[in-house]
Design a protein around this ligand. Structure first.
Ligand code: ZN
Length: 267
């Protein structure tokens, strides 16, 4: 294993362009796949395995616990493990870190949304029903949305508005140019991890269509969609490609310094 350079991420201190560059160079560019850190490889392998298990409908585990764990794996792979306590020796109070809740209800009234990020409480909410409908959110929608909200969280925590252009992060309800480029690259990278993951929700593709047989969550449990008697995906409106947008979170919160390892080309 090659030497790793210790770097520091400081909340509210980085130009958005620098954050984007670091994530892309350490995790998203295909030609660097050989240079992933051991923890990145581990996180990727665990994620692929978990997705395949969940695809068969997993009634053994809490959907919240599994999604929280997957969030930690995505953090480890894309965001230097800077946002979640997974694998930290002394994680402290979990509320000090990015955390997740699953909810049928939204605190935000915005038709069609699947999730949102709260920058005050460092919390991502994923909706198990598309807001304003009875349409269940499937695993593919939830994981694609999780990538989207984690991108909000990463930029929200670490970018410095004074060193970033308004159009890069803040514009269009926090869906600025840097956000969209980073979010699409992350979702696209996850989609490339296995043929099965190609059905993950993707912000960068207007023609994205959900598959009809993806599992969804009911009573904190993943269930195969096909197990619902009389389920008709066309009737339920799943074909609407506009579903899945999110809304911006609240004002920024002063968080702590985070040490992380910059993956080395020699690794
Ligand atoms: Zn968003």
């Amino acid at each position: 294993m090659g030497a790793q350079q210790t770097m520091t991420l400081i909340p509210g201190s980085h130009p958005a362009q620098e954050l984007k560059k670091r994530v892309l160079e350490s995790s998203c560019y295909g030609f660097r796949t050989m240079h992933l850190t051991p923890s990145q490889r581990h996180a990727r392998n665990q994620f692929i395995r978990a997705y395949d298990i969940l695809n068969s409908g997993c009634e053994l585990y809490s959907a919240h616990d599994i999604m929280t764990w997957l969030m930690g794996l995505l953090d480890q792979f894309f965001f230097f493990g800077a946002m979640t306590p997974l694998w930290k020796k002394n994680p402290g109070n979990e509320m000090d870190w990015l955390h997740l809740r699953l909810s049928e209800e939204s605190e935000i009234e915005s038709v069609g949304i699947l999730g949102y990020y709260d920058n005050v409480n460092l919390r991502i909410t994923l909706l198990t029903r598309v807001w304003g409908t009875n349409v269940p959110s499937t695993l593919d929608m939830l994981l694609g949305t999780l990538c989207h909200e984690m991108t909000h969280a990463f930029l929200g925590i670490f970018h410095d508005p004074n060193q970033s252009l308004y159009e890069e992060v803040e514009a269009d309800e926090l869906h600025g140019t840097v956000f969209l480029e980073l979010c699409s690259a992350i979702q696209d990278t996850v989609r490339g991890w296995s043929p099965n993951l190609m059905s993950l929700y993707y912000d960068g593709e207007a023609t994205w269509m959900p598959r009809d047989d993806a599992p969804f969550i009911i009573d904190n449990t993943f269930i195969p969609l096909s197990s619902i008697e009389g389920w008709d995906p066309d009737y339920a409106g799943w074909k609407d490609p506009k579903a899945g947008r999110c809304r911006k979170g609240g004002p920024r919160k002063a968080a702590k310094k985070v040490e992380f390892y910059q993956p080395s080309l020699l690794d």
